[in-house]
Design a binder for this molecule. Sequence first.
Ligand SMILES: [Fe+2]
Ligand SMILES: [Fe+2]
Length: 303
Amino acid sequence: MQTASDRDPTQAPLEHLEEWEDFLKTRYPENAVAPAAQAFQAVDPNKQQEQFRNYEADARPTVREFYRLNHRHQTYDFVQGKKREFLGLSRRRMSVWEAIEFLNTLVDDSDPDTDLSQLEHLLQTAEQIRRDGHPRWFILAGLVHDLGKILCLFGEPQWAVVGDTFPVGCAYSDKIVFHGFFADNPDSRNADYQTRLGVYAAGCGLDQVHLSWGHDEYIYHVMKDYLPEEALYMLRFHSFYPAHREGDYTWLMNDKDKKMFDWVRAFNPYDLYTKSHQRPDVKALRPFYEDLISEYLPATLKW
Ligand SMILES: [Fe+2]
Ligand SMILES: [Fe+2]
């Protein structure tokens, strides 16, 4: 069991993974209009820069250090290496529920109340989607969207599991928070990677684009043969805040991506704003979810 007291601050600056998500909530407060939704309104770029400076200044030192490591180490080559290392899915065979229980061994020993935190986040996300009357595959996407965080249990550092994702191999959007830390990324000195398109063709589609490595891409690959495409977009891009919240990187998208991002945006509030409401009754809910899982997924999956 990995606990906070085992933390190596060079690999795990956050006391727990939720610190990153708490930071996202301060950056994207509930009920605020997403900049992506204001794409055609005049947004004062100076004002936006100002806001980013505030988020950065107000961030906890642990969050700041987390972003420093993430932006320093997520290079194009690093992403290729992690894809080779993990996307063969040859580590384990587990059912979804076994993966949920495995993820739940990632506990935070600084707070005795959070021993169910990962499972609770997944159930709270799924339950709110269910309450809002969305299709069953949408509920299932809520249930499984963060299972890629088991990468932490395979020994991966936090900065290679969570964090807002961004394309590698092309210029970094100035809307990515802690943009200044990219100065220490070796790719920032590679001219081929620092044009707007970088190694990509305009409108090539996000399937051709390598995003910084983390739990989104991994869970997408685990699930990609089984879920509808809308759900797969939610899984694969839910941390791609520079695109789904900031409206950036549209020049890499094709028409299908642009359409499908409506689903990614529809998913985001369930991920970000359903925490800390009522604690779910795991025992009572499990039969519904076992049924839902078996409707779409085989009894065991490759991880
Ligand atoms: Fe996530
Ligand atoms: Fe989540």
